[in-house]
Design a binder for this molecule. Structure first.
Ligand code: FES
Length: 137
């Protein structure tokens, strides 16, 4: 497991996000992360883009695809899904109770967060080729 720690972050302001299955953990001070204009500010896609973690986002983070689909281990501290996200999630593969769109689920307070990138998105990374949902079984 790799970890990027910023020693100067006060514990009460620390945000720690672990991306599975890589097990890569990134840390930053709540309220200080620059907005990368991918998804909502402080969304998991925004965090990923800020820390060079690959999270596919075919539509650019505007809730118009499902390629940023994540499973969030504990929903505490995460924004509620709005109607647009819920409608879009209906089209997602491998949907689970803890499924969210990485570009829409926003971290609202400091804390520890663990998210998992589903298999079909991981395959895209490891094979280095465009996503083809037709291959899903
Ligand atoms: S990147 Fe398309 S819905 Fe999130």
């Amino acid at each position: 497991m790799s970890e990027e720690t910023k020693a100067s972050i006060p514990p009460e302001k620390l945000v720690r996000v672990t991306f599975l299955p890589e097990g890569r953990t990134v840390e930053f001070e709540f309220g200080t992360m620059p907005y990368q204009h991918h998804g909502k500010p402080m969304s998991f896609l925004d965090v990923a883009e800020n820390h060079d973690v690959f999270l596919d986002h075919a539509c650019g983070g505007v809730c118009a695809c499902t390629t940023c689909h994540l499973w969030i281990k504990d929903q505490q501290g995460i924004s509620e899904a709005d109607d647009d996200e819920l409608d879009r999630m209906d089209m997602a593969a491998d949907q689970q109770l803890n499924s969210r769109l990485g570009c829409q689920a926003v971290i609202t307070r400091p804390g520890d967060y663990v998210v998992e990138i589903p298999k079909w998105n991981r395959n895209y990374v490891s094979e280095g080729k465009p996503l083809t949902l037709a291959e899903e079984k």
